[in-house]
Design a protein around this ligand. Structure first.
Ligand code: ZN
Length: 74
């Protein structure tokens, strides 16, 4: 194996490595765009009961506040 072949192989390996890094960076960037677009957790308070004592939100199906134990209206 002569020097020219070694250098060519090295260059090809470098190109493949740089290409892989660019692909990974591009994928991460598109993932971030999706993540910033919408939260995976529901932020809506619709269907929630607000505790009259501590003002925290409880599930509509809860009869008592899960935080302070106060009786919820309804
Ligand atoms: Zn409460």
């Amino acid at each position: 194996m002569d020097t020219a072949t070694l250098i060519t192989g090295l260059l090809v390996a470098c190109a493949v490595g740089i290409g892989a890094v660019l692909l990974i960076l591009r994928r991460q960037r598109s993932d971030e765009a999706v993540a910033s677009g919408e939260s995976p957790f529901a932020a809506s308070s619709e269907g929630m009961k607000v505790c009259p004592r501590c003002a925290r939100q409880n599930l509509w199906t809860d009869a008592t506040c899960i935080y302070c134990g106060a009786k919820l209206p309804g």
